[in-house]
Design a protein. Structure first.
Length: 82
């Protein structure tokens, strides 16, 4: 899934669809940041980032915490994330 695939859900009148879009967007961003950090750590980037590794890693940790919060909310509200 790509971010573009979530546009229709994000524009839905149904809050559950918007919630699912938010969750999927977050998952996409977590995956991309994780891959970036792996390359950063292994010195495989073709540029030098302005932001240091530790700050980006902290961002990833918060994103994962947020993902877990969304999963718990989905469980409570019976929102299917599959």
């Amino acid at each position: 899934m790509k971010l573009i695939d979530t546009v229709e859900m994000m524009n839905s009148d149904n809050y559950q669809e918007r919630f699912r879009a938010e969750y999927f967007q977050l998952m996409i961003r977590i995956e991309k940041l994780s891959l970036f950090l792996d390359k950063y750590f292994n010195k495989e980037l073709d540029f030098v980032p302005n932001c240091d590794y530790n700050l980006l890693h902290e961002q990833l940790v918060h994103m994962i915490d947020y993902k877990n919060t969304l999963k718990e909310r989905a469980r409570v509200e019976k929102i299917n994330l599959n």
